[in-house]
Design a protein around this ligand. Sequence first.
Ligand code: SF4
Length: 293
Amino acid sequence: METVPAKTILQNVKYGDQWFGSDYNMNLYRGCCHGCIYCDSRSDCYRIADFDTVRMKKDALLILERELMYKPRKGVVGIGAMSDSYNPFEKQLCLTRHALELLDRYGFGVSLETKSTLVIRDIDLFQRISKHASCIVKMTITTPDDALSRIIEPHVSLSSQRFSAIRELSAAGIFTGVLLHPVLPYLCDDEEDIRKMVELSAQAGAKFIHSSFSVTLRQNQRTYYYDKLGEHFPGLKERYEQVYGDRYNCICPNAKQLRKAFTEECQKYGLLYRMSDIIAAYKKVGNEQLRLF
Ligand code: SF4
């Protein structure tokens, strides 16, 4: 695989309380080949040329180890924000696996998000990290409908397979839940689907589900998304252009109704859904493990 130079791997996070309480962020790969039609990471502002080609950061593990050794404070490391760490190459390369080993060795926690069932390969490491630090695994699922997920996220595990992965992670004692992000207006914003998402999450053993009932669109990401809408869903591109123009935050027109239904279902099944509650719950588990350890 092609490599790209990297000076650092860990970035400090300023507003971790707004996104799962991470203290640091890291991306071991650059680009992603999962092909989600709405992917924000392909936006111009990130300057990732040829986004669908995965490259690995040169000497990523050496750099990461050096950074972990000298960080003045331990913390939770977010993984997977810009590129899914469980791309098909990870199966052989094990870059993410080795990075998790380093987080474990140096006493750091992890907050990982993915759409790939390959994540279950590393259950042993999440278990090890959970013994001494905070650990949360988020599975992104945007629709309960496998046929739709195949179109909007063409090169990664189907929604049903991701729910199965949650079941395995949860059965292994990992603090796991669902990122219902984005919710694509006019495609994934059916109230019954949202209720179904909560029900399936609960049945799979998720501890939480989080959503903002919107999609963000900017620069060339919007062009790519609209082209895909035109290809697969005739008339929808024009509808978006009419309703959202070049708006960044495209909130589902029925977001209020969806939020109400979502909240009702979360309360019915006992799933956490507020960011502050999710952070408090998984960090509490980490702190309790730490005391025992
Ligand atoms: S998995 Fe994430 S990073 Fe990869 S294409 Fe999909 S949204 Fe983008």
